[in-house]
Unconditional design. Structure first.
Length: 315
């Protein structure tokens, strides 16, 4: 019995301890573990996408395109002086009919036909020339008078396709010759003219003739021919020029810019050769002789023009 009693006593002694351990245990189940915090890599925007977004925010909105420029206004066409030239010519020829010979009146009308033909392209130069002649007392009967030589030089330049110089109240001075040019003087014929260099005259078809070539290949010709006999018509002028030019250089020959200075007369001409060269020059007509100053211009070269022609002077 004592053994049983001791066993019971020992079990009773352990019961409180077991009950104390059971009451200390937590009554609520443990909470679920917290979700791990997102890593920096997971929460951050990818670098490439971030840069793209940054650039898209930084780029300004495109500026509006500037307005298209308005087209420049078309250049005004040259003034039409046909009616004015016709009126001025009518008055000039009426004066010639009253004051001059029948021959001078006919020449005035013939010249005015040419002036009216030039009015559309060279209106201002034509008007200046006709007005100058009509306004010069005592010179209406001349074809083109000396005091108006500057105006008619400008008209002649326009007619031949050169740019006419601006009109002025004083006669235009001739353009300067190129540097290094010299003056040819011939006492027997009574003239002087500029040339690239001096040369001895040769005889061509019975006429004393100088031919000189410059560095560009342009040839300059001076020829002294006998005077005209009788009326100096265009046909007679052509015959005289072909003595020097030759039959192969009469293509598209054009006579223009005819004017008088005192008792002497001058006329411009242009012509082409079958070889491709072109002739440009002037005839000086006096009772003593006819003197040609001309240029033979190879294809692609430019004639010197008025600076050469107007370097001529009578002694």
């Amino acid at each position: 019995m004592s053994v049983v009693r001791r066993a019971i006593s020992a079990w009773l002694a352990l019961t409180p301890a077991l009950l104390g351990c059971s009451s200390a245990a937590p009554r609520n189940p443990p909470a679920s573990p917290a979700a791990p915090a997102p890593t920096a890599a997971a929460s951050a925007t990818p670098p490439a996408e971030a840069e793209s977004k940054a650039e898209s925010k930084a780029e300004p909105a495109p500026l509006p395109s500037p307005p298209e420029p308005e087209p420049a206004p078309a250049a005004s066409p040259p003034a039409d002086h046909v009616a004015e030239v016709s009126e001025a010519c009518t008055k000039l020829c009426a004066q010639a009919t009253e004051q001059c010979s029948a021959k001078s009146a006919r020449k005035c009308r013939a010249n005015c036909e040419r002036y009216e033909g030039l009015a559309a392209s060279c209106g201002e130069a034509t008007l200046a020339a006709v007005h100058c002649q009509a306004a010069t007392p005592g010179l209406v009967c001349s074809n083109v008078v000396g005091p108006c030589a500057a105006e008619f030089q400008r008209l002649s330049a326009c007619e031949s396709g050169q740019t006419p110089t601006t009109a002025s109240d004083t006669p235009a001075a001739p353009a300067a010759l190129p540097a290094g040019w010299v003056k040819l003087t011939d006492d027997s014929a009574g003239f002087s003219v500029g040339l690239p260099k001096l040369a001895e005259p040769q005889t061509e078809n019975g006429n004393r003739t100088w031919r000189v070539q410059d560095a560009a290949g342009v040839s300059y010709v001076v020829a002294v021919m006998p005077p005209f006999q009788g009326a100096v018509t265009d046909k007679v002028l052509v015959q005289k020029m072909l003595v020097i030019l030759g039959q192969r250089c009469q293509k598209d020959m054009k006579i223009h810019g005819r004017f008088q200075s005192g008792v002497n007369e001058a006329v411009r001409f242009d012509s082409n050769c079958m070889s491709g060269e072109s002739w440009h020059g002037m005839l000086r007509i006096s009772q003593k002789n006819v003197i040609m100053t001309a240029e033979i211009v190879p294809p692609g070269k430019t004639p010197l023009g008025e600076a050469y022609y107007y370097s001529f002077s009578y002694l």
